[in-house]
Ligand binder design. Structure first.
Ligand code: EPZ
Length: 422
């Protein structure tokens, strides 16, 4: 197992290019199931979650080739095993997004029910509800969701909101299934995340007829068939936001290439309020901090609200703010595994239900800490860059799920991170 040793504090400077979005790539890879033939996806990041998705699609019958120039080709001519096995789904919950496309194309799918994870319960009831409304018969058998639509799916008006608002992958599943349903489907309270808009753009390029893209009401006119596609995924706004915080927490200056500020307004707004300078430049921006870190109230919400996937990273930054801040988590109310670890680094964070009260400290102090999930581990790396001394982060495989060799991206900017296999 790999560990990181991070020597701090450092001040970062230089340029970094943001990769293609993981959370856009995963559903778009599943969408390739819908258009029998060879699709080519561009800018798909080299991450362990993407490798798991390759394996998942491979078991269905797809042939996947990763080209040297970053292209990923998925040949979905043959799908002869419409099953998402437990052994894969338990490694990556996003595997659930093959359910809708398999059902639409093969009229049958069996996908292991994902379990909970370090960020909470993560039910899939809304995915199932939406697909049932399209006419699928769905049962739970031996831990598997067994879905059938022997006569195909039928368009319907569907409300997809749940107790925490919209669902990203639930919307992806129902949207993909609806593209091949007979008639018109309306998804009300659809997720508006840029990754869903990217999926919808890709589906339209495959021949789907989706309107209302980027809004909470998606209208889908079913078509007979979709065709393969050549498509480039959007830049990763969460990776970009993580580098923004890296610049801010180290009082550095980073030129962030290939990021869409228009997808990140809630994040930009919070950072500017905290005294961080963000200037648009070319296809990206320059992020820097000179003065002290200001306090902030951050409430996570579905897009266009503040993203839950940057909550942990912001908490590392707010730990060093001049005064008290509050973070309220409204998407995954238990997503706080990083709180205890940041406190081991001399932060002063107090959890109160789904909120954390942060009393800013003057400095963080290095400690051995444990990565628990992808974004929590990113927060620990950021804290390690600013902390005094040598921070050791155990279970680095969590961070490799969503950030490609992050140490090789940060070290040229002035970080001192070594990866060791222990
Ligand atoms: C996606 O997960 C992302 N994953 C997550 O990113 C992200 O944190 C999350 O959206 C929220 O933005 C991918 O895109 C691969 P949800 P998803 O369904 O779709 C509740 C990362 O770090 N809910 O939008 O699984 C749910 O419990 C990952 O990259 C139901 O109640 O999240 C949560 O409270 C982690 N019933 C809320 O909705 C359902 O059927 C939002 O979850 C589904 C969800």
């Amino acid at each position: 197992m790999d560990v990181f040793r991070i020597e701090g504090p450092v001040r970062l400077s230089g340029s970094v290019r943001i990769s293609g979005s993981k959370n856009a790539s995963l559903p778009i890879m599943a969408a390739a199931i819908l258009g029998a033939g060879k699709s080519t996806l561009r800018a798909v990041p080299r991450l362990s979650d993407i490798s798991v998705c390759n394996e998942l699609l491979g078991r269905l019958g797809c042939k996947i080739v990763r080209e040297d120039d970053g292209r990923l080709s998925i040949d979905s001519t043959v799908i002869d095993n419409p099953v998402g096995e437990y052994e894969i789904v338990r490694r990556m919950r996003a595997s659930i997004c093959i359910l809708g496309p398999l059902l639409a194309r093969c009229r049958r799918a069996e996908v292991s029910m994902p379990g909970g994870c370090a960020i909470g319960d993560r039910p899939v009831d809304l995915h199932i509800k939406g697909l049932r409304e399209l006419g699928a018969q769905i049962q739970l058998k031996n831990g598997y969701i067994v879905a059938e639509a022997p006569n195909g799916l039928r368009g319907k008006d569907i409300f997809m909101g749940g107790p925490f608002g919209s669902t990203v992958l639930g919307t992806a599943n129902v949207l993909m299934a609806a593209t091949l349903a007979r008639g018109r489907t309306t998804i009300e309270s659809a997720a508006c995340e840029p990754e869903i808009a990217d999926l919808a753009d890709c589906l339209n390029k495959m021949g789907a007829k989706i309107g209302g893209i980027g809004s909470p009401r998606l209208v889908i006119e079913g078509v007979e068939q979709l065709h393969p596609v050549d498509y480039e995924v959007i830049p990763d706004r969460i990776e970009a936001g993580t580098f923004f915080v890296a610049a801010a927490i180290t009082a550095g200056e980073l030129r962030i290439e290939n990021c869409r500020l228009s997808d990140m307004m809630a994040v930009v707004d919070r950072l500017r309020n905290m005294g961080v300078t963000i200037d648009a430049e070319g296809q990206g921006c320059v992020v820097s901090r000179r003065g002290p870190i200001g306090t902030a109230d951050v409430t996570t919400q579905p897009y266009p609200g503040f993203p839950t996937d940057l909550q942990a990273q912001f908490m590392a930054l707010l730990a060093l703010a001049e005064g008290n801040s509050v973070v309220i988590e409204k998407v995954f109310p238990d997503r706080f595994m990083h709180v205890a670890e940041l406190n081991r680094m001399a932060a002063n964070l107090r959890k109160e239900g789904s909120a954390v009260i942060i009393a800013g400290v003057r400095k963080l102090i290095a400690a051995p800490v444990m990565a628990s999930d992808l974004r929590a581990s990113a927060a620990l790396v950021l804290a390690g860059l600013a902390a005094e001394g040598l921070t050791t982060i155990d279970r680095v495989y969590h961070i490799d799920r969503g950030y490609e060799r992050i140490e090789e991206r940060l070290n040229p900017l002035g970080a001192k991170i070594t990866r060791e296999n222990v």
